[in-house]
Ligand binder design. Sequence first.
Ligand SMILES: Nc1ncnc2c1ncn2[C@@H]1O[C@H](COP(=O)(O)OP(=O)(O)O)[C@@H](O)[C@H]1O
Ligand SMILES: [Mg+2]
Length: 266
Amino acid sequence: MSSRTIRLEGVSKRFRRGAVETHALDNIDLAIGAGEFVAVVGPSGCGKSTLLRLVAGLIPASAGAVRFDAELVSAPRKDTGIVFQKANLVEWRNALDNVLLQVELRSLSPADYRERAKKLLEALGLGEFLDRHPHELSGGMQQRAAIARALVHSPEVLLMDEPFGALDALTREQVRLDLEALWLRDRMSVMFITHSIDEAVLLADRVVLMTARPGRVDRILPVDLPRPRGLGARKAPEFVRLVDEITREFLARGVLDDHGAQGRLG
Ligand SMILES: Nc1ncnc2c1ncn2[C@@H]1O[C@H](COP(=O)(O)OP(=O)(O)O)[C@@H](O)[C@H]1O
Ligand SMILES: [Mg+2]
């Protein structure tokens, strides 16, 4: 499958509400390579969701440009898939038909995508639940359906905004493993927003750390861990080192406060 380079070039975003202006993002330069998995971590309110909505073409930048390869992103695109924290499934459609809704909205033929939709739902552990309606699915199952919905049209770019934020820890672990497997197969370019340091290091090729508002790119850390990372990666020295480094960075910047326990960090 093909994928695209996502480029943010000097992107700033200011929101104006009456006399009040919020400077959400300041001069973001970032490139996500074709087929690369990049996680963005930063404190609450630093502009992560804003960044994702800019890349999705849902809101315009105040300055700078977002491009997929050389093409300017100025509106939502058909080659993008998006997953938010809430699944937002349509209540009157079953899981399979919720996934196929994405296809219909893109004026593609549902019949052509039915098999792929089923396979995706199976890969995400929902094989037995294709005909269930959202109210018959747990929160974790609904979110899995939302991930399948974002992937069904084989997007070249996958944008995820804290997609596992509402899941219980065990489900979160499983969906992470499933997402990595799907990404290894299809290799779309991914921007994955999270406030979980663990999750960022477990999933990403590179982790982008953002500063507090206005959000800027603070540091970018490559993650040199073999894939699939599975459940064992947490024991790898590289995992421990990276989580430690990011934690220290957030402590130094006041994003985290461990009430003087720094000496026990290791
Ligand atoms: N549509 C909007 N109008 C006004 N302010 C907004 C809007 N969207 C986000 N903001 C502000 O921009 C800042 C960044 O928000 P957001 O991107 O949601 O942060 P994060 O996702 O990192 O928690 C916040 O101060 C938020 O209040
Ligand atoms: Mg957010």
